[in-house]
Design a protein around this ligand. Structure first.
Ligand code: F0G
Length: 455
C-alpha cells in the first residue's frame, strides 16, 4: 500500500464567504480611525482574521442540519437533552447548565465560590476568568511551570501546573480560603500549551488530600487530549474521546466555552458534580441567562453544540488542526521569527520581547507588531502582552502576539500568505516604534483602549 505524505484539509467547501482585499494606504487610514486598536476595526476591513479562534469556526453540514432540529420550547426542550447527553458523555458530570458563553459560566461559578480573602489557583487564568475571580473579591493566582515562561523550551507540556507551588499555596492558605483549583486546558494565555494527564492526575491527588475541588476550564479540551495522545507515553493507541473522559473524570466540574472546542459560534456551560453548587448556579442563571434548560441559548444553538462535541474528537479533524497550527509555527521559526515553541493547539504566538528588543515593555511591543501586521498584510492578530495583562509590566515573562486559527476556516494558501506577511514585518522590525495608551476603561482594557503611536 502506498501512503501519501501530503496532509489535506479533511473537508471540502460548500459555502464561501468572500474576503475583501484592501491596500496598505487604506489600512493605514483604517488603523488611525480605530485608534490603533484592532478590536475597533470593522471585520470587513480585515483580510485574514486571526484575532481569535472563539466562535469564528465553520460549522459542518451536520451541524447546519442540526439547527433545523432545534426545539425552541422555553422549558424542557429536546435540544437541551441532546446537549446535556453530549456533555455528559464526555465529562460524566451530573449537572449540565447551559450559558450563552464561557465567561457567563465563570461569572456564575465565581459569584458562588469566590469572595474576599479567597484565592483561586490555576495553571493560568484566561483574562475573563481572572476578571470574574477578581470581581468576586478573590485573588487569581497563576502557578504554571517555569518552562512556560521560556518560549524556546521544547517541553511537551508547558501548560502544566507547578505542583510544588500548588502544594505550598494549599498548605499556607488552607482549604477554607481556596474554593477550587482550575486547570485551563489548553493553557491559552500561556501559548496554547497542553497539560499532561500525569500533571492533571497529580493535581487531583494534591487537591483530594487538601479537600479542595478540581475544575477544568475546558475550552480546548479536545486539542489538549490530542496532544496527550501524541506526546504522552501510554496514550497513542487510545481514542481522543476516551482520553477526554479520563481527564474529566479527574475533576469535579468544568466551565466551557463552546465557541472553541464545541465547534459552535456561540454557547458554553458549567458542569459539576456538586448538587448544592448546581442549585445555586441555576438560581443565578435565571437572573441573567435564562431558564436552566436553555441558559441564554436558542434550542438550535444547543443542537449545534451537541453535534460539535461529537465532531471535535474526530481524530482526522484533530490531526489536520494540530498539523496546520504547527505548519504556521514551524515556517515562521525557520524564517527566524521568534515564536513560542513548540506549536500550541489553536494559535501561534509571536514572542514580541525578542521580536522587538528595541521597544521597551512600557511601550507595548506586542501592540506594535499587531498594528504592523495589519498595516502590511491586513492580518488581525491579538496582543497578549502588557496591554491585555497590565500585571506583566513588572514581570520578566515574554510579551506575546497571538495568531489564533479559526477552526475549518482558512486553507493552506491563506497560511502561506500569513507566513509571508509576518516574515516581512520581521525583516523591517527596526522601523517599528512603540505605542502609548491614551484612553482606557477600568477592566479588560485591551478591548476598547485607544493608542497613540510614539515617534
Ligand atoms: N477560558 C479560556 C481559556 C478562553 O480562552 C476563553 C475565551 C474563555 C475562558 C471565555 O470564553 O469567550 O466564551 O466567554 N477566549 C477567547 C479567546 C475570547 O480569544 O481566546 P467566552
Amino acid at each position: 500500500m502506498t501512503t501519501l505524505k501530503t496532509i489535506i484539509e479533511p473537508f471540502r467547501i460548500k459555502a464561501v464567504e468572500p474576503i475583501r482585499l484592501t491596500t496598505e494606504p487604506e489600512r493605514e487610514e483604517l488603523l488611525q480611525e480605530a485608534h490603533w486598536n484592532l478590536f475597533l476595526l470593522r471585520a470587513r476591513d480585515v483580510l485574514i482574521d486571526l484575532l481569535t479562534d472563539s466562535g469564528t469556526g465553520a460549522m459542518s453540514n451536520a451541524q447546519w442540519a442540526a439547527l433545523m432540529r432545534g426545539d425552541e420550547s422555553y422549558a424542557g426542550s429536546d435540544s437541551f437533552f441532546r446537549f446535556r447527553d453530549a456533555v455528559q458523555h464526555l465529562t460524566g458530570y451530573t449537572h449540565v447548565i447551559p450559558t450563552h458563553q464561557g465567561r457567563a459560566a465563570e461569572h456564575i461559578l465565581f459569584a458562588i465560590v469566590g469572595g474576599a480573602g479567597k484565592a483561586v489557583l490555576s495553571n493560568t487564568h484566561f483574562d475573563t476568568t481572572r476578571a470574574n475571580v477578581e470581581v468576586s473579591g478573590a485573588e487569581a493566582l497563576d502557578l504554571v511551570v517555569a518552562s512556560a515562561a521560556d518560549p524556546t523550551s521544547e517541553f511537551a507540556f508547558k501548560g502544566n501546573i507547578d505542583l510544588e507551588r500548588l502544594e505550598h499555596e494549599l498548605v499556607t492558605r488552607g482549604r477554607e480560603r481556596v474554593p477550587l483549583v482550575l486547570l485551563t486546558v489548553t493553557n491559552n494565555a500561556g501559548g496554547g500549551q497542553p497539560v499532561s494527564m500525569a500533571n492533571a492526575r497529580a493535581v487531583r491527588e494534591v487537591t483530594r488530600r487538601h479537600g479542595v475541588p478540581l475544575y477544568f476550564d475546558a475550552c480546548r479540551f479536545a486539542e489538549n487530549c490530542y496532544f496527550i495522545k501524541t506526546r504522552e507515553p501510554g496514550y497513542a493507541e487510545r481514542s481522543v474521546e476516551s482520553i477526554a473522559q479520563e481527564l474529566f473524570a479527574l475533576g469535579d466540574g468544568c466551565t466551557m466555552s463552546a465557541k472553541k472546542d464545541g465547534l459552535a459560534n456561540i454557547g458554553g456551560f458549567l458542569a459539576t458534580n456538586d448538587d448544592g453548587l448546581a442549585e445555586q448556579a441555576r438560581n443565578l442563571l435565571i437572573l441573567t441567562e435564562g431558564f436552566p434548560t436553555y441558559g441564554g441559548l436558542a434550542g438550535r444553538d444547543l443542537d449545534a453544540i451537541a453535534q460539535g462535541l461529537v465532531e471535535v474528537v474526530d481524530e482526522e479533524y484533530l490531526h489536520y488542526r494540530i498539523v496546520s497550527t504547527a505548519y504556521l509555527c514551524n515556517n515562521l521559526h525557520r524564517a527566524g521569527v521568534p515564536v513560542v515553541r513548540p506549536a500550541g493547539g489553536h494559535a501561534v504566538y509571536l514572542d514580541a520581547t525578542r521580536f522587538l528588543p528595541h521597544v521597551p515593555r512600557g511601550q507595548h511591543p506586542g501592540q506594535a507588531i499587531a498594528a504592523a501586521l495589519y498595516r502590511v498584510g491586513g492580518i488581525r492578530g491579538c496582543e497578549m502582552g502588557t496591554v491585555m495583562f497590565p500585571h506583566l509590566l513588572d514581570s520578566e515573562r515574554p510579551e506575546l502576539v497571538r495568531l489564533a486559527l479559526p477552526r475549518r476556516v482558512y486553507t493552506q494558501s491563506h497560511i502561506d500568505y500569513v507566513v509571508e506577511a509576518v516574515t516581512e514585518v520581521f525583516r523591517t522590525r527596526e522601523t517599528l516604534r512603540g505605542y502609548r495608551i491614551v484612553r482606557e476603561p477600568a477592566r479588560l482594557r485591551h478591548f476598547t483602549c485607544h493608542f497613540e503611536a510614539l515617534e
